[in-house]
Design a protein around this ligand. Sequence first.
Ligand code: SF4
Ligand code: SF4
Length: 288
Amino acid sequence: MIIAVTGGKGGVGKSMVATSLAVELGKKTKTMLIDADAECPNDHLLLNVKRKKYKDIKQMIPKWNRSKCTKCGKCALVCKQNAIVFVKNRYPAFVKDVCIGCGACMVSCPNNAIGKSKKIIGSVYTGRNYKILLVSGELKLGELASGEVVAELRKNSQKIDTKKKHDFVLIDSAAGIGCPVIASITGTDFVIAVTEPTPSALHDMKRVLYLADHFKIDSGIVINKCNIDKKFCSKIEDFAKKKKIPILGKIPYRKDFIKSTVSMKPVSKINKKYSKIFNNIIEKIHDM
Ligand code: SF4
Ligand code: SF4
């Protein structure tokens, strides 16, 4: 079973929920956790995993052959990323960092003066702790294509799990509803939308649930920090009831979660009582 943990708004506790669920699943089953928050991966910190590089992720970029270039400027005109700077009677200048490898410049060149090269845009790392195999993706500093990094991360995690020996794969997604999140939830069996009782978190969670519905993936809601505003928590529950989306669990806001982050230990290792909350979430998904 492949489960994506997402939620829309940043800072609602997606990584805490993903790592805590992975720890509980890892006690009984073979579990792989994919950290797909490529711009800011942190599951290895929360689980105190020493990561090793598995491979670099490369992206195609254009390479100019000046002997064929007639300085017409057509390549710069079609580049929506403004990665090609053209000044009349000069060869085009290439800003490698903002190129997303779409290939439009190559197609537009009338003289076949643009060939292919590659650049590293990120890396895949692996590591283990708490009987979990962690596969983590990281976007290279200054690069933009986090969606591509997540898509390659997903492909590589399948290669790492060639014998399909993992019963559960959990994917900890980035915030938002953009390319990295779409690449995270594609092909999953279930989406957990983590939220908190604030208007912005509810607004962003609605967008994520809309996305899951668009891809016809079943979903459920986890309300984190539910005790910070009980009235607003009820508002989220009313929304869930109206939309017939199950509330999988409610997690209180306690100092134990800060201790967990600071000590790089799962919260259930700080206080065993939290195991029950995460096991209940797993059971509810299993029963659906
Ligand atoms: S590959 Fe696409 S983004 Fe990169 S320079 Fe060419 S047109 Fe611009
Ligand atoms: S489109 Fe081709 S020929 Fe024209 S400036 Fe670009 S590389 Fe040179």
